[in-house]
Structures are given as structure tokens and as C-alpha cells.
Design a protein around this ligand. Structure first.
Ligand code: GLA
Length: 777
């Protein structure tokens, strides 16, 4: 709900309040954003100033107490005394860089957000309340529209900005933020998620005491270097208690978020398109719109904040046929065969997959042009008939016939210099004419600022997607931008290229997802190099990382989960030694971690022995039985250190599944407990594990302590015994109320500690894990 009265604007969600007002000077003073308050006199939360502090400036001689440097604002200008991080920077036709936007008017409606060039949040049912506040520059005919949308149930407020140039002159826009959030205090903690290829989403906390902390991308894409999702919190905030803000952008290009502490101990947060390298000519009588920013706050810690974000992303970002549909279990050919694929291999993979209960086979890279490695053929989307003599259709039909769906990999935004497309249209790639180009994975980025290039991609992909019965598409993007230049644009417009690229991409995605509504699209960018809400507005899921190692993944998935629901994070079980880390982890742990994401395999199944295939078959069966809870339940993070603890709870709270995973074993530390989260406190649940038979190989030659005959580690006898005998594994079976499972925790069986092995012992070495099922009785 939004209340606008007497120059005060109060935006309310179920549990939060956001308040600002128009000051006497006409600026918008931000007054409050936090847990819901009933308010009274608005004066209680307005800035009081009786004098202007030394060396700060009076905005006007008419009010000697008022300085723009020491007041919380909704949208700061430039050059009138507020020397903090600006919201907007521009150059007028006369060369002046000063802008001073003051209140003009507002409108209030219930309606969905609408941007012409970018995706927005939306509501399919109750429309969000929409407040538009129009500001006007005092001296130039330029308007700034601040748009606010209130999603009550998710406790989310979104914002975007539109600059309208009504003057008769062009202006150079250097920076325009989507949101600004001023706090009257400092020492907030900014949490960012940084990384690189195969180690996305490292969590970093920086206390902002003074100066400025920036989280941004200059890669041309949202990037694995710095995900656009960030959090602000108090130092005392924990997973379940305290104030936590979640902030994101619906944008897939260069983004920028900064938290800056002022001379007077106030913190300013801004977020929007990265101004570095950006410059947009807003022609006379034209406008410029920013991406939409997403904001939420909870007083129930990071988990409370995440629940808001998850609900918002599931309901108001993800759209289309697959929004609420259970996603299939897939087998992807990449780690099974890399580029070395052919019809026979893929068919064999599909047959093995079918035997395990897998539902979809994905043919990854290598199926087109002369694509035998990563040096050629991107751009030439014609099937390689040496590998697939019956074409994509021939293969897809064969796979469909055995009862599996078929999916395909594409990387439409790219071109190899060694391709027919590039030979024909060298100017269709971004790059500075007649200058050497910096290469990444031997490929270049197509110039998506050009309509003819967008149309080429739309046509080429339409041909691929309609060439066979294609149920799923993995849309990859495997390099960052360099030599950013479009040969189609004028010199003065080159600062627009990176943003125009994103706009072009969104047009392509919009067209293709509309044309092929049944296809399940999965975003990918060398894993998580473009994991953001812009992509999720078209594709309901994204491949989170090329690193499939369970020990890495358990933390990465925890960290993705701060801002994104698990129904958007795809996760596969792969072979060991793991191809990225060479680490060996047990198959059940790889499953126990991946199963909480949108789940699949990436594995050469035909190479596996019967016992392993049986284990995989059982895994798929288990997943299918609980798929709805895994994909659409509410996910809660528990501990994330040497022990990792997760709980996912079905919507009606009648079922929950928990994970306990350990990185390194510490002997003689028997007090392992599992704490559930999110259960109904009063409901009685039956708590069980699926006992995991333990191979005697785990004990090596220690087994000789109890064995009647000598068993050589790695010897024939050990192999024979292992084939016919396993220790049964501990059984955990309890009935307990939700509050007991959550607040007392479950005291698990004693873990192996160098001595005393029997049927009750929980054998829990390095990288061990357990799943616990909780069912309402
Ligand atoms: C990227 C993706 C991988 C795989 C390869 C194919 O690295 O992240 O999953 O599809 O490309 O070249």
C-alpha cells in the first residue's frame, strides 16, 4: 500500500515501511526503511537542522540551516552542496554539470512496471501499487521520474528512474542510478558475492566505516567477479536475527553498487548501470530509462531477507510455462564427452540415462560446424553431419523414441574468427576496425547493438529450435567484453555500446522465448558469469558454475541462496576425481548437495558399474518422490562452516528434507546435531534417514583390528568381502515436534572416532553427508 499525503509518501508491505517526504527546498528526504512501523507525527523521523555545519554549503541563502550534504535523500543531484556519491551525473549543452532536481508532482496507480528496453518485475494477480514522483531540474527543462512499486506479500519494493529531456538540446548522461538508499548511520556491513570462473559466489563482508566500497562489473555482463546481488546489515545480524537488506538489479550488463559513508556518519547506497565507460546521448525530447532495482528488508536476519527475495523471484521475476512446473532430471553430455560427441555416443548416454530414470538428454557443445574444440564454428549453426549423420532431428527422434526428451546447447551471442559468419560479416562482431582484438576462448562477441545482427540470431536460433523436437535449450555465453566498439555507431555514441548490447540481447530473448514458449531455457555463462535477474526474467534457471565439486558447490549454493531461490540454481552430479578440482567425494554426497538445486547429471553413465548405476537409479527415484519440495519448497540455510546444514520445507510444511554435510572429519567430536528450520512448531514429524551401507574399504587396514583373517588394503580379499558385505549404516528414526527439531536439534548417532565401530556408529569421514526426511505424522 502507498499513502501520499501532505508531501509525505509512505510505502508499506506486510512487514516493512519505507518513508520519504518533500522538504521545504523541494528535495526528497528519505526518512525510513525498515521493519513495519505505525508512525505518528512524521516529524519524529525528519532530519533536524538548526545550522549548517562548517565548510558544508548552504543550499540557499533563504535557509541558512539547510545543507544538502547532511540529509538523507531519495535522489541526490550534483553541484549544489551534496558532495556524496551522486544519483545522476550529466553534462548540459552549455557544459554545466550541475543538476538540481526538485519536486513537481506525483501519481498513484495499481499497475505493473513497464520499461521499453528491459525486463521488469510483474504480478500476474494483484497489481503492485505504483508511485511515480516527478522531479524537475530548477534551471533546465529536464525531468526525473522516480518509479516505485510495492509487492506487499514479498516485502519487496522496486524502483527505477526515467530521465526525460524536454529541453531543445542534447545532453550527455554520464550516470543515472536505479535506486538510492540513504541511512542516517554508518558501520553497516556490505556483503558482496565475488569470484571467477569455477569459483563463483565467494561471500565477502566489508564494514563500511568511512570512504566508499564498490561492487561492480566492467565485464560487459553481470559477471562472476561481482554478482549484482548485495546485502546490507548491522554487524550483529545473524542468519535468523537482526536487520538485513537485500538489494539486486534486474540487469545483465555492467552494474554498479556503492556504499559510502559521509563526513557526518551517514551511509549512502546507490545501485544502477555502471557509470564507468558509460555515456549516453539523450537527444532533445528523448528519454533514458534505468534498469529496475529490487529492495527488501527483514528483521529476521539473512534467512528472513532471503525468504522475501525467494518469494519475489519465484513469483514476480520468473515467468512463462516453466514458472511453477517441475523441471526434468537431465543428463548433460559435457563432462561425459566434451566436444567428442556423435550420434552413437549420445544415444548410448540416453539409453543409460533412461535405465536410471533420467528424463532428458542434453547434447552440449560440439554438434555444429567444424566444432571439435573451442577454436572454430561459433556463428555457424548448421549440424555437423559427420557427427550426427541423421541431423539433430534424427538423433532427437531416436532419443524421444526411448522415452527421453531432448535438449541442445547453443552460444548464440558469439562468433569465432574461424567461422563462415565472421568471414562474411567481420563487422558484425564488436571490435575496433583495423585494430587487433583481445580474444577470450578464441571467440568474439557479436554486435548486438545492431538490429540486423539481432535478427540473424533470432532466425538462426529459430531454425535450430524448430529443427527437431527440442524440449530444452542451454544458452551459453563464454567470454567477457573487450575492445568495446560498434562500427555501426557514431564516435559520440560509443559510450552506449555495452548498454545497447544488453538491450539487444533482451529483444532476442524476448522474441525467442515468446516464439518457443514450451522450451525450458537454461542460462549459462561459463557457469555463473551472468547469473542475474535480467536473465531470470526470460530463462527460469541458470547453470550456477562449471565447478561440479560437491565441497565447492555446497558453499556456492548456500551463497547463491542469499539472493536467489533454489528453483533457479541448476546443479549436476558428475564423476570423480572431479574434473575441476581432482577431488574425490562420495557419490551420495555429490547427490545430497546437487539435489537441492534443479537437479541433473553430467556423467559418462555407460562407463559405470552396475552398483553405481543402481545407486544413481535410487537417487533419481528419491529425487522424483520429493521433487516438488526440492524445487519449490522454502529453503533455509543453517550452519555453513566445516559443517553445512540446509533444510527445504514443502509449502504446506508437511514434509521437509535436511542436509548435514561435513568438509573435514575431526576425530572424537561426537556431538553432531542437525537443526531443522522453517517447520511448523506444533506439528509432529517423523524424522528418518536412509541408512547408508558402509563399505569395509572405508576402514583400510584398520579392519584387521576385528577381522578373523588378515585383509590387505586394496587386496583381492578386501574386494571380495566388499562385494558381498556392507555394514548396515546407522538408523536415525524419531518422532518430534517441529519446535524440537528446530530449537533442540536432533542428537545424531555417535560418529566414528578411531575406535568402537558397530552398527550404531555413524561413519562420517571427510566429505560425508546425510539427508534427513521429516514427514508430518
Ligand atoms: C561453458 C559451459 C559448460 C559447457 C561449455 C561448452 O564452459 O559453462 O557447461 O557448456 O561451455 O563449451
Amino acid at each position: 500500500m502507498i499513502r501520499a499525503k501532505d508531501n509525505n509518501f509512505i510505502l508499506e508491505t506486510d512487514n516493512t515501511t519505507y518513508a520519504f517526504r518533500v522538504t521545504g527546498s523541494g528535495h526528497l528526504e528519505h526518512m525510513y526503511y525498515g521493519r513495519k512501523i505505525s508512525l505518528g507525527d512524521v516529524d519524529v523521523i525528519t532530519e533536524k537542522s538548526a545550522f549548517c555545519p562548517g565548510t558544508s554549503l548552504n543550499y540557499t541563502q533563504d535557509d541558512l540551516s539547510f545543507s544538502l550534504e547532511d540529509i538523507c535523500l531519495e535522489a541526490s543531484g550534483q553541484g549544489k552542496g551534496d558532495i556524496r556519491e551522486p544519483f545522476c551525473e550529466l553534462v548540459h549543452a552549455d557544459g554545466s554539470r550541475t543538476c538540481d532536481f526538485v519536486y513537481d508532482s506525483y501519481t498513484l496507480k495499481d499497475e505493473n512496471p513497464h520499461l521499453y528496453t528491459m525486463p521488469c518485475s510483474y504480478s500476474a494477480n494483484k497489481l503492485p501499487a505504483h508511485l511515480t514522483v516527478v522531479l524537475k531540474d530548477k534551471y533546465y527543462d529536464i525531468a526525473l521520474e522516480l518509479h516505485y512499486f510495492v509487492y506487499e506479500k514479498c516485502n519487496v519494493i522496486t524502483r527505477y528512474t526515467k530521465l526525460i529531456n524536454n529541453s531543445g538540446d542534447d545532453i550527455r548522461l554520464l550516470k543515472l542510478m536505479s535506486t538510492q538508499l540513504d541511512f542516517s548511520e554508518k558501520d553497516l556491513v556490505l556483503t558482496t558475492f565475488n569470484g571467477a570462473w569455477a569459483r563463483e559466489m565467494g561471500k565477502n563482508e566489508t564494514k563500511v566505516v568511512a570512504g566508499k566500497v564498490v561492487n561492480c562489473s566492467r565485464a560487459g555482463i553481470s559477471s562472476n567477479r561481482a554478482n549484482p546481488f548485495v546485502m546490507l546489515s548491522d554487524e550483529s545480524t545473524t542468519e535468523d536475527m537482526g536487520r538485513a537488506f537485500g538489494l539486486n538489479l534486474i540487469y545483465s550488463g555492467n552494474h554498479y553498487s556503492a556504499a559510502e559513508v559521509s563526513a557526518y556518519g551517514k551511509t549512502r547506497f546507490v545501485s544502477g548501470i555502471n557509470p564507468d565507460g558509460f555515456e549516453w546521448i539523450v537527444k532533445a525530447h528523448e528519454s533514458f530509462e534505468t534498469p529496475e532495482a529490487v529492495m527488501t528488508v527483514s528483521d529476521k536476519g539473512f534467512n528472513g531477507m532471503s525468504q522475501n527475495m525467494h518469494k519475489f523471484v519465484r513469483n514476480h521475476i520468473v515467468r512463462g510455462e516453466w514458472k511453477n512446473k517441475e523441471r526434468p532430471v537431465l543428463l548433460n553430455s559435457w563432462e561425459a564427452a566434451y566436444f567428442n560427441i556423435n550420434e552413437k555416443k549420445l544415444y548410448n548416454l540416453a539409453r543409460a540415462a533412461k535405465r536410471c530414470g533420467i528424463e532428458l538428454l542434453v547434447m552440449d557443445d560440439g554438434w555444429f560446424g567444424e566444432r571439435n574444440n573451442d577454436t572454430s564454428s561459433l556463428g555457424d549453426w548448421k549440424v555437423n553431419l559427420k557427427k550426427l549423420p541423421n541431423g539433430v532431428k534424427g538423433l532427437a527422434d531416436k532419443i524421444n523414441k526411448i522415452g527421453l526428451d531432448f535438449g541442445i546447447w547453443v552460444e548464440p551471442e558469439m562468433v569465432n574468427a574461424n567461422s563462415d559468419l565472421f568471414r562474411k560479416h567481420p563487422d558484425w562482431a564488436l571490435g575496433i576496425p583495423n585494430r587487433p582484438h583481445s580474444e577470450g576462448r578464441n571467440q568474439r562477441i557479436l554486435d548486438l547493438t545492431r538490429t540486423e545482427v539481432q535478427d540473424y540470431i533470432i532466425d538462426a536460433m529459430s531454425d535450430v529450435f524448430s529443427s527437431a523436437n527440442i524440449a530444452y535449450v542451454k544458452w551459453d555465453m563464454n567470454r567477457i567484453m573487450s575492445d568495446v566498439y560498434s562500427s555501426k555507431l557514431e564516435a559520440e555514441n560509443q559510450g552506449e555500446v555495452a548498454h545497447r548490447y544488453v538491450i539487444g540481447l533482451y529483444r532476442i530473448m524476448q522474441t525467442l522465448t515468446t516464439k518457443f514458449p514450451n522450451i525450458l531455457f537454461e542460462g549459462c555463462s561459463s557457469g555463473g558469469d551472468r547469473f542475474d535477474l535480467g536473465i531470470l526474467s526470460y530463462f527460469p534457471q541458470i547453470w550456477a558454475s562449471d565447478d561440479t565439486d560437491a565441497v565447492y558447490r555446497v558453499t556456492a549454493m548456500t551463497n547463491y541462496n542469499y539472493g536467489y531461490p533454489m528453483s533457479t540454481v541448476t546443479a549436476h552430479v558428475s564423476n570423480c576425481p572431479n574434473h575441476q578440482t581432482l577431488r574425490n567425494t562420495p557419490l551420495d554426497t555429490r547427490f545430497n548437495v546437487a539435489v537441492f538445486g534443479v537437479f541433473g547429471y553430467e556423467f559418462n553413465l555407460p562407463d559405470l558399474d552396475m552398483a553405481t548405476l543402481k545407486e544413481i537409479k535410487d537417487q533419481v527415484k528419491f529425487y522424483k518422490a520429493h521433487r516438488k519440495t526440492f524445487q519449490y519448497g522454502d529453503f533455509y540455510r543453517g550452519r555453513c562452516d566445516n559443517l553445512h546444514e540446509w533444510t527445504v520445507v514443502s509449502k504446506d510444511k508437511s514434509e521437509a528434507i535436511g542436509l548435514l554435510m561435513q568438509e573435514l572429519a575431526h576425530p572424537n567430536s561426537k556431538d553432531h546435531k542437525y537443526f531443522a528450520k522453517g517447520l511448523d512448531e506444533k506439528t509432529v514429524y517423523e524424522f528418518t534417514n536412509s541408512p547408508k551401507p558402509v563399505s569395509i574399504k572405508v576402514f583400510g587396514d584398520l579392519i584387521n583390528m576385528i577381522a578373523p583373517i588378515h585383509i590387505k588394503n586394496g587386496g583381492v580379499v578386501q574386494n571380495v568381502i566388499d562385494k558381498f558385505y556392507k555394514l548396515p549404516g546407522e538408523v536415525e528414526k524419531y518422532r518430534a515436534s517441529g519446535d524440537t527439531l528446530m530449537y533442540a536439534g536432533v542428537k545424531l548417532h555417535q560418529a566414528f572416532a578411531g575406535t568402537g565401530i558397530n552398527d550404531e556408529t555413524r561413519v562420517f569421514p571427510d566429505f560425508a553427508s546425510r539427508l534427513y526426511v521429516m514427514k508430518k505424522k
